[in-house]
Write a protein that binds this ligand. Structure first.
Ligand code: N01
Length: 511
């Protein structure tokens, strides 16, 4: 956004809470952290020279490599001179002429337009467990991992949470710790990542093919450079269908969910994929009781964000790893020496790791006291769940633009694709506002219509049926249950945004 605004002659300043660039990849330094999207398309597309000069080393980049890439981008485009690091925004208050943005040190900055790029998964969700303050060992949330690492050698480690993060961390922690106890509330599906180094030939082929890769990314439903296969799982024989899933399993990665069509909308189709994965878990995990405890039976595959893994289920065959079912016997409290469950069972631990996710999409925005027209707080406007137009703006909050805000495809896509589309769209609107002197503020009617469309898109899928999904806010106690991202597909979403612009931004009530 900064680069784009500079190129358009705006004066722009970025306020960044961290001491460096990177966002997610600055904070999430937990063992095993790497991206689930493949490196050659989990990157910017706006500059062909940047595409050609950067060389990824692995199919799925590790956190340090992605951070190095983002630092390279910051240096290459000389971005740091317009970024204030170590500045956490406390409030943003609207008046007739613009926004006053106050940081936690009390310094106020003025701007005419305010763009948020606070991330979807940046507000750490640490369970409010009694006794945590008295735990004698170190405890860490994976999204706030210490920069110099955590020494788990010879230690008894407890990890809470088996989402994408937990599933990445478990095999790596198991390797390093004396004993690992995994506290699982909801069993999860996972697909093997099949990570590998990227060969020179693959790099050359990708670089030669970038225009086509980017075209497919832009036109796909999910921002990845592949489309959902036009395969009707129910029309195949059992053997044929197993063959389709086995090939997708062998290739690995998130593309598994694109192996057949209607997987996210037809329960019968989904059940075939869910069953395939359940069987794999039972084939992989030696102890039948542990295998069954690890087998998800309360939600359909990919209705919660599907993890990908390297040796996750295999790790439970180690004698120094144990699975604790905290759905059956919930965590009651933290003791000075570990965790106590509702039954009274005690687990002694030296280190506690919370892979418990985030207050997704709304959490990062609501951690800032945003006040719109007439002093209305965003927190109050969103008391029953977020309401936006296109996930880009909010009625009552003039000249505020939210990159990958709630109601946009964001977390249901490859994030860089979604981010670039928002940046371009916001930049175009800002150029117009600069020219005309108008103000942009979504109308209530546009917001109502978009809320209905977000709900309708979610209801056309199985996604809202996963009761414990963070897509619904279900992971944070007290959070309103509203389906947060737009599930109608990145391609359809892009069209809705383009239509809004082509029609002169009617939903943004320019005046
Ligand atoms: O968080 P999650 P995450 N007691 O919310 C459990 C992205 N990501 O950090 O399911 C016990 O998915 C909770 O249980 P339940 C990706 O989009 C991307 O793993 O709520 N357990 C769940 O098992 C991902 O989806 C990459 O019943 C508790 C886990 O903690 C998103 O980030 C890598 C609990 C949280 O899972 C979030 O993933 C990693 C409690 N009180 C993550 N509270 C990439 O590679 C929560 N849990 C791009």
């Amino acid at each position: 956004m900064l680069h784009r605004l500079r190129g358009l002659g705006f004066s722009a300043r970025v306020l960044e809470a961290a001491d460096g660039v990177g966002g997610t990849w600055y904070w999430n330094r937990y063992p095993g952290a790497r991206c689930d999207s493949e490196s050659y398309y989990y990157c910017y597309s706006f500059d062909p020279e940047l595409e050609q000069e950067w060389r990824w080393t692995e199919r799925y980049p590790r956190q340090p490599e992605i951070l190095a890439y983002l630092e390279h981008v910051a240096d290459r485009f000389d971005l740091r001179r317009d970024i204030d690091f170590g500045v956490r925004v406390a409030s943003a208050v609207r008046d007739d002429d613009g926004w006053s943005v106050t940081d936690t040190d009390g310094r106020v900055r003025r701007c005419r337009w305010l763009v948020t790029a606070v991330g979807c998964l940046s507000a750490a969700n640490v369970p409010d467990l009694p006794g945590l303050a008295d735990f004698t060992g170190p405890w860490h949330h994976t999204g706030r991992w210490p920069h110099d690492g955590v020494d788990v050698a010879g230690k008894r480690v407890g990890l809470v949470g088996t989402g994408s993060t937990g599933i990445q961390a478990v095999p790596v922690l198991a390797e390093a710790a004396a004993h690992l106890s995994v506290f699982q509330r909801t069993a999860n599906y996972s697909i093997p990542a099949r990570n590998a180094p990227v060969s020179e030939a693959e790099v050359a082929a990708t670089k030669a093919d970038y225009p086509e890769i980017r075209r497919v990314q832009r036109e796909s439903t999910n921002g990845h450079p592949f489309l959902v296969a036009d395969v009707d799982a129910l029309a195949l024989s059992d053997d044929e269908r197993d063959g389709v899933y086995q090939r997708a399993w062998d290739r690995g990665g998130l593309r598994f969910r694109a192996a057949v069509k209607d997987l996210l909308s037809d329960p019968a189709v989904n059940e075939t994929a869910s069953d395939f994965i359940r069987e794999k878990i039972h084939e992989t995990v030696a102890d039948p009781a542990t295998a069954e405890a690890l087998t998800p039976r309360d939600h359909y595959f990919a209705t919660k964000r599907p993890p990908i893994d390297t040796g996750y289920f295999e790790t439970y065959n180690r004698s120094d790893v144990s699975l604790v079912d905290v759905r059956a016997d919930p965590i009651a409290s933290v003791t000075p020496d570990g965790l106590r469950l509702a039954s009274g069972a005690e687990h002694e631990l030296d280190v506690l790791v919370f892979a418990t996710g985030f207050d997704a999409l709304t959490g990062p925005l609501l951690s800032i006291d945003v006040r719109g027209r007439d002093g209305v707080a965003l927190r109050d406007a969103w008391a029953e769940g977020p309401r936006t137009h296109l996930g880009l703006g909010v009625a009552g909050f003039p000249d505020l633009f939210t990159i990958t805000g709630p109601g946009s495809p964001s977390v249901l896509t490859n994030m860089p694709t979604a981010i670039e589309q928002h940046v371009d769209w916001i930049a175009d609107l800002l150029v117009r506002l600069r020219e005309t002197g108008e103000t942009a503020e979504p109308t209530r009617a546009a917001e109502d219509a978009w809320a209905a469309r977000v709900q309708e898109a979610a209801d056309a899928t199985l996604l809202p049926q996963a009761a414990s999904s963070w897509y619904l806010g279900a992971n944070v106690p007290g959070k309103p249950r509203v389906f947060l991202p737009f599930a109608g597909g990145m391609n359809h979403y892009r069209r809705a945004c383009d239509d809004e612009a082509a029609a002169g931004y009617p939903g943004f009530g320019l005046r």
